[in-house]
Each structure stands twice: as C-alpha cells, then as structure tokens.
Design a binder for this molecule. Structure first.
Ligand code: ATP
Length: 577
C-alpha cells in the first residue's frame, strides 16, 4: 500500500470521534491492506513500531524534529520554530513547508525508515537521526509528512485503543463486530495485535485458534473479582484454594534457558529492575522453558519476613538499581504456571497448575511457591484471613480448583478478600501548624482553607511537614484559627521549618493540633522522615480533632521517629479494627 493511501484513512480517522465511524474506517483500511502491511499499519496507528510490550524509543524530540524539518525544507530553523508557535503542531508545520509531491513511498518503506531511526544509537546519534528523518521527510508529500512526523512525537492522537482495532478487524471481514471474541482471545494470549491481524488476514478467523501461549509474548493477566466475606467465597466456589494476598509487584516470568524476561501487570517489561528475581529464576526453576506468575516482595534477609508494600515500592526505580537490589532484596512468591517445557498449561485446572509449579521450584532464597489451604469451610477461611491480616498482609485470594487460566479475564475463578481500608491509625498525631492556604470555593470567605502541618524532627530540631489539612474545623473555628495565625504570620519560611510545599502564609511553629488519619503513606511532597531524594511520610485523609492543644508546645508534637514506628506497625494496627 502506498503511504498516501494510508494517509487518506488517517485523515478520515482524525476527522471523527465517533467510535462506530472509526471502527468502520479501520475496517475498510484493514480490508484494503495486504497481509504484509496490516501489522505495520496497526502499530503505526498506535504510534508504535511493534507490540506494546516491546519498548520503543524514537529518540526524536521537538528540537530534533525542527532541525530535520529545516534541513528537509531548506528553511532556516527560526522560520520553522515561528510556524510551530503559530500552529503548535509539527505535523502541520511539515505539511505547510513540504511540497505537494513526494516520492510515493509505500507503508513498508516508511515503517522501515522509522525503525531505522528508532534503532540508531551510539556515537553521533542525534546527527544520524536528524539526517535519516530529514531524508525521509524530503521524500514525502506535505500531507504524508503531517502524519509521519506526529508518530515519533506522540502527537497522532487518533484515539484508537485496542478494542477499536479488534472491532475494526472483525469489521474488515464481516461488516460488524461479531468476530471480536475469537480475535480478543488470540490477543489475550499473545498481546500482539499485529500478529493477530496478520494471521486473521492471511488465514481467517479459524486460524486464530493456532495462536497459543508462547515464551517471550506476555499473556494478558487473569484478574480477580471481589467477595464480601468468607461465606460469600464458599457459596461461589465451594471447595477452593485459599492463598495469602501478597502486596508487591505482580510478575509474569518468561524463561527460555538462561534467558529470563519479566513483565508487569500492564505488560511492561521490568526485567532490568528485578535482577535478583532473574537470578533466582535461573538458579531455582527446573525447566528449559516456562511461563510462571507470582508476586515479588521485598523482605528482611535477617528474619525472612516480608516488608509492607511501601518498602517494596522503593524498588520501582530506573536508577540506583544495584544499590536498591542490595538494600531491598526481593523474593518471588510464585502462584501460577502457564507454560512448561513446550506445553501450554493454561487449559489445566488451577490445582494441577499449582502442583506442577511447586514441583519445578528448587529450594533457594529468591523463589518460593505460594502456600495454600484447600477448604470449603468458611470458618477456616475466616481464620486464614485474620492470620494473613495480622502478619501484615493485604488479605486473601481464593481460587477455583478446576479453573483454567483465563488470559485477560476478571471473573470469579479468583476472588480477592482484602482488609478494609476504612480503618484508621490506632493513634492520633499531634502536629504543628507552620502555614495556611487561602481558601477556595466555600472557604474563600474565611481567607483560610487548609493548614500546612508539621511533626517534630528531634534529631535535627526541625519541623517537617506531614499533612495539608482542611477537614475537621467548623465554620466558626476557621476564622478563629485565622485570627490566631495572622498574629504569628511571617514573611518567609521560618528557618526551622522543613517543607517542599509552599503555603500562602507562613507562620511561626507554635500551635499544636491533634489529627486523626487513615494511614501513613510515603509522599514526595512532605518532608517528615525524608532522607535525600527519598519521599517523606504523609498522613492520608487527615482530619483535625478538637481545636488547639493548648497543653502542648511545638516541640511536644509527635516526632518523626514516632511516625516511622507508626508506619511500620500500621499494617497490623489498621487491620485489628
Ligand atoms: P486488579 O489487579 O484485580 O485490577 P489491583 O491492581 O487493585 O486489582 P488487587 O485488587 O490488590 O490489585 O488484587 C489483585 C492482585 O493481587 C494481583 O494482580 C496480584 O498482583 C496480587 N496477588 C497477591 N497475591 C496473590 C495470589 N496469591 N494470587 C494471585 N494474585 C495475587
């Protein structure tokens, strides 16, 4: 297909926001596309060069685009930038600057060139990419360049999600959405709409059944429904497997020999972040090829106990990876098996999958099998739930024993029962007011809408912020509070106050208020307990109790040290409610 033909369709797609029209237009496009072109076309309409799980980085920013465009059109860069200021879209600028006639490139040629640009790396990358892009632009007509340039800049914005592509594919053969189910099944299994489209186009709908679980293609994950209580679980599942619900990172691990890749809940590749798990899989999984799932959690190597999610979460970074791996080592609690040594296990019952998984995990530090209890006794389930909660876990997962692994489905094959998040901290926190924000909306008339509150950092003798609080005072108390604070207002942040957030009015740290909150969370916008670049600690859903604690002075407020202790304990504390 000529790229200009694809552009006709892109223009139509751009002109509508109606889903049905989009589906019909995509249907016509897919019908016209050849077997070779259909996958590239799908990737391009989603601003990609491959399936979503293959990361791409075009490495083309606006500066590079401007440079390439100037070069291709023979205009100087200032003229290009001026046009951009007018239109706010390099696609339109390209259309205006380039001529009407291109070299009639095909979709495949444009796709290949974009791929070449994306994979250019090493010395002189920026210049090489600029040259390649400007060369491509020179060969395009203005209206082709309009869309081509938007792709690497992430500005295509056609609003075509996966479901619309799937329905468009169905439409291309039947003129309706009736084939969506088999298309979606294939997609759930391989996560690659290009591959699905190619098979569908070349061999028809029945051939989609051939698309099976394969190592290297993440499988869209099975999800859980919710239950009210243990009895609800028994009513739905009868005899079932009860596991703890671990609060970490869901990992889908693909192993082929020593090659290991890990995908997250949303199918992004996270291999680089979890080198300790990769290592563990190599050492402990007794299989040539396998796909398994589990939850990765950080734990204390001294005691073997798992840390709460807030600690595990620290591993989610793109830098200091090695240091983090040493500081917060992870362990994978494996709970499901999808594929083993050439055999697809997704059609097997859960009990069989779990049992086989247990049999291929060698003892070791990094991978363990999820423990479970098989029962149909609500009382026993209740006890399991309470035990899980008491040991700081999130709740339980109940699994239907004979259920197959249903890729991409949320149903009652798995049921989650979580601790209530309605609980609150077992203790209140006394904080010092260090500033206030002028009210908006209803509170504007008071000129005060929220307080910036700190706790006391004894070690540094500073007041570090922990909450912005706007709940708990009555309409009569707000103006009273403001009058008191205005008397101690200061022009700048007081020296002893440590804050990232800027209130409208700073005040001397004098008044202590008592606060209740749901829990303590990590937060980059507060400074309590903050060390270096790490986030601080914050109160979640704080509300004031009473008015001012006149029996306390600022240094009598809750200390950062206490907050850290409360944070550690809160998993258990909140759950005993
Ligand atoms: P969902 O993933 O269902 O959209 P969510 O992201 O809010 O919801 P939760 O409601 O907490 O997550 O529950 C589902 C998640 O629980 C799974 O995606 C998985 O990461 C995690 N999990 C923890 N323990 C288990 C277990 N034993 N079996 C299956 N999943 C588990």
């Amino acid at each position: 297909m000529r790229f200009s033909k694809l552009v006709d369709y892109l223009a139509q797609l751009e002109a509508t926001t109606k889903r049905l029209e989009m589906t019909a237009t995509l249907g016509a496009l897919f019908k016209e596309a050849s077997e070779e072109d259909i996958a590239p076309i799908i990737y391009l309409t989603q601003e990609r060069l491959g399936p979503a799980f293959e990361p791409i980085d075009f490495g083309i920013g606006e500066a590079l685009a401007a440079e390439a465009l100037a070069k291709a059109s023979g205009k100087d860069k200032d003229a290009v930038k001026k046009l951009y200021k007018q239109h706010g879209d390099y696609g339109i600028v390209a259309e205006k600057l380039l001529g009407e006639n291109g070299k009639r490139l095909t979709v495949a040629q444009v796709f290949e060139r974009l791929k070449q640009i994306a994979t250019t790396s090493g010395e002189g990358t920026v210049e090489n990419k600029t040259d390649l892009l400007s060369d491509l632009l020179q060969k395009l007509a203005g209206r082709e360049a309009r869309y081509v340039l938007r792709i690497p800049l992430g500005r295509l914005r056609l609003g075509i999600g996966d479901p619309t592509v799937m329905e468009g594919l169905s439409w291309s053969k039947t003129g309706d959405k009736s084939l969506r189910a088999p298309i979606e099944r294939a997609y759930n299994v391989c996560s690659d709409l290009g591959q699905v489209a190619r098979v569908f186009k070349a061999e028809g709908v029945d051939a989609l059944a051939k698309i099976q679980v394969q190592v290297g293609n993440p499988v869209r994950m099975a999800l859980a429904e919710r239950a009210k209580n243990a009895e609800d679980i028994v009513t739905r599942l009868g005899k079932c497997a009860i596991e703890s619900k671990y609060d970490g990172f869901r990992c889908q691990v693909h192993k082929r020999g020593d090659e290991v890749r890990i995908f997250s809940r949303n199918l992004e590749e996270t291999t680089a972040m979890f080198t300790d798990i990769v290592d563990g899989i190599r050492k402990q999984i007794k299989a040539k090829t396998a796909i398994l799932e589990g939850e990765a959690l950080s734990y204390d190597p001294e005691t073997g106990e798992f840390h709460p999610f807030q600690v595990t979460m620290q591993r989610k970074r793109k830098y200091d990876l090695e240091e983090m791996t040493v500081k917060f080592p992870l362990r994978l609690v494996a709970f499901d098996l999808l594929y083993l040594d050439g055999k697809d296990f997704t059609g097997q019952g859960y009990a069989k999958r779990h049992e086989t998984l247990a049999s291929i995990i060698a003892p070791g530090e990094r991978v363990e099998i999820s423990k479970h209890l098989v029962t149909q006794d609500a009382k026993e389930i209740e006890k399991y739930f309470m035990d899980a909660i008491t040991s700081g876990l999130e709740g339980i997962m109940a699994k239907r024993l004979d259920s197959r692994y249903q890729a991409g489905a949320r149903n009652f094959n798995w049921i989650k029962l979580k601790r209530s998040y309605q609980g609150h901290l077992s203790d209140t926190v006394d904080g010092v007011v260090v500033g206030y924000l002028r009210g908006r909306g209803m509170r504007a008339r008071f000129g005060i809408g929220a307080l910036l509150v700190a706790v006391y950092d004894q070690k540094q003798d500073k007041f570090a912020t922990i909450a912005k609080i706007g709940t708990g005072f009555s309409d009569a108390e707000w103006p009273q509070m403001r009058a008191l604070l205005d008397k101690i207002a200061v022009a700048q942040k007081p020296a002893r106050v440590d804050a990232v957030m800027e209130p409208d009015v700073w005040v001397e740290p004098r008044y202590v208020i008592e606060m209740q909150a749901d829990e303590i969370t990590r937060s980059p916008i507060h400074t309590a307990g903050k060390i270096g670049d790490e986030p601080g600690y914050a109160l979640r859903f704080p509300r004031v109790i009473g008015f001012i604690r006149t029996d306390k002075k600022a240094e009598d407020a809750t200390t950062v040290k206490e907050i850290l202790k409360m944070f550690e304990k809160q998993g258990k504390a909140a759950n005993e409610k």
